[in-house]
Design a protein around this ligand. Sequence first.
Ligand code: C5P
Length: 231
Amino acid sequence: MSQNPIIIALDVETAAEARALVHQIGDSCRFYKVGLELFSASGPELVRELLEGGNRIFLDLKMYDIGETVKRAVRQVGKLGVDFLTVHAVPQVMRAAVEGASGTSLKILGVTVLTSFDQADLEAMGHHSTVAELVSLRVGQALACGVQGVVCSPQEVAEVRRATGPDFQLVTPGVRSAGAAAGDQKRVATPAAAMRDGASFLVIGRQVTRAHDPAGEVRRILSELSFDSVL
Ligand code: C5P
């Protein structure tokens, strides 16, 4: 394997907590996910600071709005220099995001179906398809709209990889080493299984951020992946 595939989810309340974690993790991982909680607390300033410290950033804002608003918001994100930004995987939103990111190095990831949604949630929204069918429809639309990848669960990643071919970015949360607490993650797989099934990147939060030795935990996961160097 040639690149460290781990992205650490910085699901914390304050910039100070985020800085402390990044400091503890150090060179064992230099790719972080900043989500709505931390972005709402500390905004683009913290993202710039993390980037200036030599880290890569996945901004998980899951945008969903009218096309013009998405395009303009994505244009602002494009100026930050982050690697990935999520938007919901519906065609109007994805097309607008791709337009907003044009001319920058920002890659857009479509969120197919939230991992918290089950069949009853889809029906309540008027969808008469299974989760798997809706994921498959949205992956096809993501490819057609020109986004660079999707977020998908470990349960879906093999199927999605078959549909997309090798160059699409598949970013997979819900991974846990054997024996680690699953927390509220319902559909978990081990890091090695997710990579074998075709994931490009693994998003790992609490298994690392709540470990006594976060850097050691990252190294342990990398060794499970038969990864010999950390960067
Ligand atoms: O569970 P963990 O702490 O590893 O979560 C990492 C990321 O996985 C979270 O930031 C969130 O984006 C995603 N997640 C999810 N479904 C859940 C819990 C977390 O997709 N039930």
